[in-house]
Design a protein around this ligand. Structure first.
Ligand code: DI6
Ligand code: FE
Length: 407
């Protein structure tokens, strides 16, 4: 006999499990059992196994839908300050590049973030995690990258670990020391890459502060060669890699990260078919970031048709950051993935569940499947497409993380 510690009856499950042939891997008129934080049974109500109904907490789902807890696999939630005035300038016609040349842009966020103390950063991080969690998010990737010196990068990565411990949401920590060349290294990008490779990465690896290493490979960021140096060192230290690639131009960062069997290539508006094929053969996930595309008023679309044709897994994420995506909502991202990139609502939901888990290298979540974590979001919707269709209505009924009721 099953001995669950939570039973949810009379629900529809969007399992997102590709081995279930129905759209969304759906099992309707279903139930789900949880024990010690994991899913121990799921299936149709008419196949419900016996359990001790007197001693087990039972939730009546009344026909609600359950999805896996949502996963935001690309964010920059740890920053201080605001770039609202830069937004005003940009609306008056000043370009992102001009603002950066005047000492604004990423450099202004780096100044504010270096000045912020640990308590202030904790509150900022917690507030942003709360905003995401209210929409059903249970796992968030969080990058460093606004410290850009050893102490401040370590401060951000330690904050990721602190938030992971003290917040119900899982926080995956990514080291993005190669986000921009800091002001004190202006004109000396190679020397800054030396610092990243020779000092920062060994320390980050030694203290186990990061789950992965990311680089902004771009004409306004780091070159292909510089990116490769960081990836070589990260790999040598046993860290997985991912890449901000092909956001503003084609630097072949996606091929590069695929050659390292990297987790993901992110943004990829300017990706070509050679890059798509490289990603397909390496199993590197395509992470699409429609809010940055929207906020920069980009017109170059990521190559969705080619990604589909070559069966590259597509994830969707918020990229929440103060410069190009000040939009802290994964539900908005679901909608924009469909309206701006023409994903189907099913592809969009896979992008924030099963494929987002893949982009983070997490095999224990992202689907409803026996043995996986009981990270469950229960929604007051008639059909899973509503999660991408509708925005701004609070339709989350309940959220469980590792089987524990959070809201
Ligand atoms: N790509 C982006 O869009 C952000 N970082 C990156 O690598 C921009 C970050 C910022 O402007 O603060
Ligand atoms: Fe980003």
């Amino acid at each position: 006999m099953h001995n669950p510690d939570l039973v949810i009856l009379d629900v529809n499950l969007a399992t997102m499990d590709p081995s279930i042939a129905a759209p969304y891997g759906a099992i309707e008129q279903a139930a789900i059992f949880v024990k010690e934080g994991n899913i121990t049974w799921l299936g149709q109500m008419d196949a419900l196994p016996e359990f001790d109904a007197l001693s087990t907490p039972v939730i009546q789902g009344k026909g609600a839908w359950i999805t896996p807890g949502l996963i935001d696999c690309h964010t920059h939630i740890l920053f201080a300050g605001s770039r609202a005035q830069e937004f005003e300038q940009r609306l008056q016609g000043v370009s992102y590049q001009e603002i950066a040349a005047q000492g604004g842009g990423i450099a202004s966020t780096v100044r504010a973030t270096r000045q912020a103390d640990v308590e202030a950063l904790f509150v900022l991080g917690k507030t942003r995690l709360n905003s995401l969690m209210k929409e059903g998010v249970t796992t968030v990737e969080s990058k460093s990258g606004y410290g850009l010196d050893l102490d401040n990068e370590l401060k951000l990565l330690e904050m990721n670990r602190l938030l992971d411990t003290h917040h119900p949401v899982t926080v995956q920590s990514t080291f993005l020391g190669a986000h921009a060349v800091p002001p004190e290294f202006k004109g000396r990008a190679e020397q800054y890459v030396d610092l990243v490779c020779d000092v920062m990465l060994p320390k980050v690896a030694q203290e186990k502060l990061a789950d992965a290493v990311d680089v902004f490979c771009e004409n306004v960021g780091f070159s292909f060669e510089q990116t490769k140096r960081v990836f070589d060192k990260a790999t040598e230290l046993g860290l997985k890699v991912k890449c901000h690639a092909e956001q503003l131009s084609n630097q072949h960062g996606s091929e590069l990260v695929a050659s390292f069997k990297g987790l993901s290539a992110d943004h990829i508006e300017y990706l070509d078919e050679t890059g798509v094929i490289a990603m397909a053969s390496a199993g590197t996930v395509a992470v699409l970031l429609p809010t940055a595309y929207y906020f920069l008023r980009e017109t170059q679309q990521p190559p969705i048709a080619l990604l589909r044709e070559h069966n590259v897994a597509m994830a969707l994420a918020s990229d929440f950051n103060p410069g190009t995506a000040p939009l802290c909502s994964l539900r908005l991202v679901l909608n924009m993935g469909c309206t701006l990139f023409r994903l189907t609502p099913e592809e969009a939901l896979a992008g924030v569940t099963v494929n987002a888990a893949k982009a983070l290298g997490l095999g224990d979540r992202g689907m409803l499947q026996v043995g996986l974590r009981a990270d469950l979001a229960m929604w007051n919707i008639q059909h899973p497409a509503e999660l991408s269709y509708q925005f701004g209505v609070n339709d989350l009924l309940n959220l469980w993380i590792l089987g524990k009721l959070i809201q």
